[in-house]
Write a protein that binds this ligand. Structure first.
Ligand code: ADP
Ligand code: MG
Length: 319
C-alpha cells in the first residue's frame, strides 16, 4: 500500500513517525554539506570549520498542545527554548544562536509577550546562546512560539541516534514520567551533562527523551544497524515522583527531556564513579543493546520478556 498517494489518507492514519517518513521520501537525498538530515535530534551540517559541525533544529510550542492558556508566559518561553536546547544536548553540542517566531492574538497583553521573552532569554542565556531574530504574526485562534536553534559540536564529540553497538549498556539521566504535572514547563535541558559525557567518555548513541521512553527507544532502533535491539529492565526504570509509581507513565508520558545514551560496558564503573562526583542528576543503567531483529523488549520483574511497543506521545493519535 502507498498510503500517502491516497487522497483520503489523513495524518492520523499515518501517525507522526509515518508522516515524517513520507516527508523524507518527498525531499529525497541530501547533498554532501549535509552530514545527517532527517532522522536525528538535529540536522548535522558542514560549516566552515574543519574540526566542528553545525547543528540545526526547530521545535514549536502551541497553546493547548504544549501549554495551557493560563500557564505563566515566562514558563512557556522557558519551555520553548529549553526543548530546542535539549535537542542540541542530545547531539553532544553547544547552542549558539536562536531565532524565534511567534503567533499572537491581537488582544494579547504586551506584558504577556515580555514575560514570554524573559523566559526565552533566561533559558538561552543560561547556556550562552543568543536570540538574534525571528518573526511575528497574528493568529485568530491558538498562539504559538517556534524556536530555531543553531549549535556547534566538535566532530569528535558528535553523538548520533544511529551509533548503538551490540553489547552496549543503556543509561538514562534523571527520572521519567508525570512531566505534565509541572516539569514540562521548567525542566533544565541536559546540556552540561551531555557535554561532560561527550568530553570524558566514548558515548555511542544518544537521544533526548521527548515523546516517552517507549517511542524514543523505537526511534533509536529504527536508525540502528540491522540486527540491533534493546532490552530494558522494568525494575531499573527510574520513575519520577510525579508519575506516582506508575511504570506505564515512565514509559509513555513524554516530555521528560532526559538523555538516553549507550556506552561500552567497560566504561560503566568509571562513568558511575565520575558522574557521582560531578552531578546531582540521577544516572541509571536501564538495559543493554542486544542482537535482535529490530525490537525493543521489556524484561519484567519476574524475568519474562515482552515486546515494548511504542505507546508514547504521537501528535496525530486520537485523544
Ligand atoms: P525531536 O523530537 O528530537 O525534535 P523528532 O523525533 O520529532 O525530533 O523528529 C525526527 C526527525 O524528523 C528529525 O530529524 C526532524 O528534523 C524531522 N522532522 C520532523 N518534522 C519534520 C518536518 N515537518 N519536515 C521535515 N523534517 C521533519
Ligand atoms: Mg529530540
Amino acid at each position: 500500500m502507498k498510503p500517502a498517494r491516497n487522497r483520503n489518507v489523513t495524518v492520523h492514519d499515518l501517525g507522526e513517525f509515518g508522516l515524517i517518513r513520507t516527508l523524507q521520501s518527498t525531499i529525497g537525498r541530501s547533498e554532501t554539506s549535509v552530514v545527517v538530515g532527517i532522522g536525528d535530534d538535529c540536522a548535522v551540517l558542514r560549516g566552515n570549520r574543519p574540526d566542528s559541525y553545525l547543528l540545526y533544529t526547530c521545535d514549536p510550542v502551541v497553546e493547548g498542545v504544549h501549554y495551557r492558556p493560563r500557564d505563566p508566559a515566562r514558563k512557556v518561553g522557558w519551555k520553548a527554548m529549553a526543548r530546542n536546547l535539549s535537542d542540541i544536548a542530545a547531539m553532544g553540542g553547544l547552542p549558539r544562536w536562536a531565532v524565534v517566531s511567534i503567533g499572537l492574538r491581537r488582544n494579547t497583553p504586551v506584558q504577556w509577550v515580555k514575560q514570554l521573552y524573559t523566559g526565552l532569554h533566561a533559558a538561552a542565556q543560561r547556556f550562552h546562546c543568543q536570540i538574534v531574530g525571528g518573526d511575528t504574526t497574528h493568529v485568530k485562534h491558538e498562539q504559538f512560539v517556534v524556536v530555531t536553534l543553531i549549535g556547534e559540536v566538535e566532530k569528535s564529540r558528535l553523538t548520533l541516534r544511529s551509533s548503538a553497538k551490540i553489547g552496549d549498556s543503556v543509561f538514562v539521566t534523571g527520572t521519567l514520567g508525570g512531566s505534565l504535572r509541572g516539569k514540562h514547563l521548567t525542566f533544565i535541558p541536559r546540556i552540561d551533562e551531555a557535554r561532560w559525557l561527550a568530553n570524558h567518555f566514548p558515548v555511542h548513541a544518544m537521544i533526548d527523551l521527548s515523546d516517552g521512553l517507549s517511542n524514543d527507544l523505537q526511534r533509536l532502533v529504527d536508525v540502528s544497524p540491522r540486527g540491533t535491539g534493546f532490552e530494558i529492565d522494568a525494575a531499573e526504570i527510574p520513575i519520577a515522583r510525579a508519575a506516582q509509581g506508575k511504570l506505564s507513565a515512565a514509559l509513555n508520558d513524554g516530555e521528560d527531556f532526559e538523555l538516553l545514551f549507550t556506552i561500552d560496558p567497560r566504561h560503566v564503573t568509571g562513568l558511575r564513579q565520575k558522574w557521582a562526583r560531578k552531578f546531582r542528576t540521577k544516572l541509571t543503567e536501564i538495559g543493554r543493546v542486544v542482537r535482535s531483529h529490530h525490537k525493543v523488549a521489556l524484561i519484567e520483574r519476574d524475568g519474562s520478556k515482552t515486546p515494548l511497543t511504542p505507546a508514547g506521545y504521537d501528535h496525530f493519535a486520537k485523544d
